[in-house]
Design a protein around this ligand. Structure first.
Ligand code: HEC
Length: 143
């Protein structure tokens, strides 16, 4: 782009951003659970979980002796936070970690501990599974 056009397009861009947020059209932070709080997807999440995750992470996501981590514990730290805004921020961070873990799988020292799910599960399926996990009774002792 010719140099003299830069400031104008920059201004236009900023205007569009300001206009967008004035209309309340701010995009949600990328990588977070857009289905959070939607209880209608829990049953679908339960089915996907059973089919794809249960063999390693435990039946019904409540088995504390499963070979893989108990996924209900992903949010333990966030649950202990008192400030609601901080708690949301914390949960969004865990969403991103969860999404990355599921999409990329887990490989350590060249050994695949969990296969990657990207392309095999849609984002909606991945978030339905997360809603299902969050609907499970809390692990004991409560952590
Ligand atoms: C073949 C067994 C296996 C399957 C199937 C599997 N996982 Fe995993 N998963 C693991 C293991 C083992 C780890 C821990 C690996 C590590 O930390 O190196 C893990 C880690 C994770 C983590 C990170 C947990 C943490 O505490 O850091 C998430 C999130 C996760 N799995 C979600 C899922 C979901 C959702 C499914 C189903 C779509 C699934 N996994 C299917 C074995 C599996």
């Amino acid at each position: 782009m010719p140099r003299h056009l830069m400031p104008m397009s920059l201004t236009l861009g900023l205007l569009l951003v300001a206009f967008g947020s004035a209309l309340g059209q701010e995009q949600p932070a990328p990588g977070v659970n857009l289905l959070r709080g939607d209880s209608r997807v829990i049953e679908a999440g339960r089915q996907s979980y059973r089919q794809h995750c249960a063999e390693c992470h435990g039946e019904e996501a409540v088995n504390p002796i499963a070979e893989a981590p108990d996924l209900r514990r992903l949010d333990s730290f966030c649950r202990r936070l008192k400030d609601p805004a901080l708690q949301t921020h914390c949960r969004d961070d865990v969403d991103r970690y969860y999404l990355r873990s599921v999409n990329e799988g887990k490989v350590r020292a060249g050994v695949v501990h969990m296969p990657p799910w990207e392309g095999r599960l849609s984002p909606d399926e991945i978030w339905s599974i997360r809603n299902f996990i969050e609907s499970r009774p809390r692990p004991t002792p409560a952590r």
